[in-house]
Design a protein. Structure first.
Length: 265
């Protein structure tokens, strides 16, 4: 089986599986101070907890937007599995042409999301990744990554509101199914409402402008839009434009790129 590892600004997402699907997935807090030994202990414990021997991992692939953590994760894989992972970097062949200037500044997470979305939904397609930042990633009808937009994430927006308001406190956005009333009856409800419904309005507005710029697909319809990322379940249900919510889309993309690079079944 393969181990796919996505190192984000807030979380490290891991998936263990094969071509038929994911057998297990886990999330760790991203911590640049953590050593390879510490990550190794955590990963070994997660594998053992779910009943997988170390030998079950035959290959690994890594995408990272935190450069200081990338070599630490590489060293962790070397120690646990005896071989280096495939690290997705600018210039790695993913099978998707890129029209971005300069190409090396495109986050690998954005590109891998797009690769997975095209495989599942075809092109054109738009991916909205709700993480520390919210990224809008656009693939045109020819299957080319042409760009997108980057906005502060939902959590970042909530934190900024609490820091800037002298009488406002930090809030818990709550479980995705527990939506606040639109007209909040107290300060906490009002803040949750403003962040979640306000953010949904931002997403709808940006997607509407992307639709206008892309124009209709060859069949006369709007391109599919896929929501992913850790905060997708909080916001995507409030936006009527999404075709699907795929929380760990990037893991699917990592598996695809590894297969294209190494012929993994």
């Amino acid at each position: 089986m393969i181990l796919a590892i996505d190192v984000g600004n807030s979380q490290v997402t891991l998936g263990l599986g094969d071509a038929s699907g994911w057998r297990a997935s886990w999330r760790l807090a991203t911590d640049a101070r953590r050593t390879a030994d510490e990550y190794g202990v955590q990963l070994a414990a997660l594998l053992a907890l779910d009943g997988f021997p170390m030998q079950a991992v035959t290959d690994a692939v890594v995408s990272s937007v935190v450069p200081s953590v990338t070599p630490v994760i590489t060293a962790t894989c070397m120690r646990l599995f005896g071989q280096p992972p495939l690290v997705i970097e600018p210039g790695t062949r993913t099978g998707m042409p890129v029209r971005y200037t300069p190409p090396g500044t495109l986050g690998t997470d954005r590109l891998i999301d797009a690769v997975a979305a095209v495989a599942q939904f075809g092109a054109p397609v738009v991916v909205v990744d709700f993480g520390t930042a919210t990224t809008f990633n656009v693939v045109d009808a020819d299957g080319v990554f042409i760009g997108g937009a980057i906005a502060p994430g939902v959590g970042v927006s909530a934190e900024a509101l609490a820091r800037a308001g002298a009488r406002l406190s930090r809030i818990d956005l709550g479980p995705p199914a527990d939506l606040p009333p639109l007209i909040g009856r107290n300060t906490e409800q009002a803040m949750r409402s403003g962040v979640l419904y306000g953010y949904a309005g931002i997403v709808e507005g940006v997607l509407g402008r992307i639709d206008a710029e892309l124009g209709p697909t060859p069949t006369g319809t709007r391109p599919p839009v896929v929501a992913t990322g850790g905060m997708a379940a909080h916001v995507a249900p409030l936006v009527g434009r999404f075709t699907a919510i795929v929380p760990d889309l990037i893991l699917d993309g990592l598996r695809l790129v590894l297969a294209r690079q190494r012929g993994v079944p």
